[in-house]
Design a protein around this ligand. Structure first.
Ligand SMILES: *Cc1c(COP(=O)(O)O)cnc(C)c1O
Length: 222
């Protein structure tokens, strides 16, 4: 199946209000161009160097999302153009993004990543750490970042009930945080959950943004 055909199939499963992030890591720019030509405008990358190499080679109306684990010393390379960072897992990171955003005279949209899976290997805040962060004076000082929602990755398992439960937990935390801290603004509205293997469950559980790689571009040759 071609990329265009994969996208066509995929779109049949995605409601209007759910955004598709085409996860293009490890795929060459001509494949991203194919997805672009098929109408896609949001691309997700997980490595800074790869993203900064690809970005100048592709059309300027692409919204680049960063979805991987981010090191503070590399933020400066993507700060001029990145449109959303999904993977904020520490205050330190948020603070440095704020600094680099200010240097570029812009505001950078961010999602706070929650640790919802069983595996220890995945990154993210617990619910309590998140509350602590949002109530801190340090957080209140940040001027050039905007927290627009949450992101989470479910356990990698065939057990759909478990995945549904983890996504439902994340959705509950999302609603709680929205009501407690972002009630007066309409900016906190994105819930990034669901990948190739579990996006249908993600959508059922209230996802607004799915991050799909393999189901669009095929398997990655690491
Ligand atoms: C690679 C990656 C994806 C896409 O995974 P697929 O299984 O290929 O759809 C989604 N989210 C994150 C954070 C990733 O690193």
């Amino acid at each position: 199946m071609s990329i265009a055909e994969n996208l066509k199939t995929l779109r049949q499963d995605i409601p209007e209000n759910v955004k598709l992030v085409c996860v293009s890591k490890f795929h060459p720019v001509d494949e991203l161009q194919e997805a672009y030509d098929a109408g896609e405008r949001i691309f997700g990358e997980s490595r800074v160097q790869e993203l900064t190499e690809k970005q100048p080679q592709l059309p300027t109306d692409i919204q680049w999302h960063f979805i991987g684990h981010l090191q503070t010393n590399k933020i400066k390379y993507i700060a001029p153009f990145v449109s959303l960072i999904h993977s904020i897992d520490s205050f330190k990171l948020l603070k440095e993004i704020d600094k680099q955003a200010a240097k570029n005279n812009r505001t950078i949209d961010c999602l706070l990543q929650l640790h919802i899976a069983e595996e220890d290997t995945k990154f993210g805040f617990t619910r309590d750490e998140l509350v602590q962060l949002l109530e801190s004076d340090d957080f209140a000082q940040l001027q050039n970042i905007r927290v627009v929602g949450l992101m989470g990755m479910a356990t990698y398992t065939d057990d759909e009930k478990q995945v549904a439960k983890e996504f439902a937990d994340l959705k509950n935390i999302f609603e709680e945080i929205k009501n407690r801290y972002f009630n007066d603004v309409d900016t906190f509205k994105e819930l990034s959950m669901g990948m190739s293997q579990d996006y249908k469950i993600g959508i059922t559980q209230g996802s607004t943004m799915i991050r799909i790689g393999t189901a669009i571009f095929g398997s990655r040759g690491y």
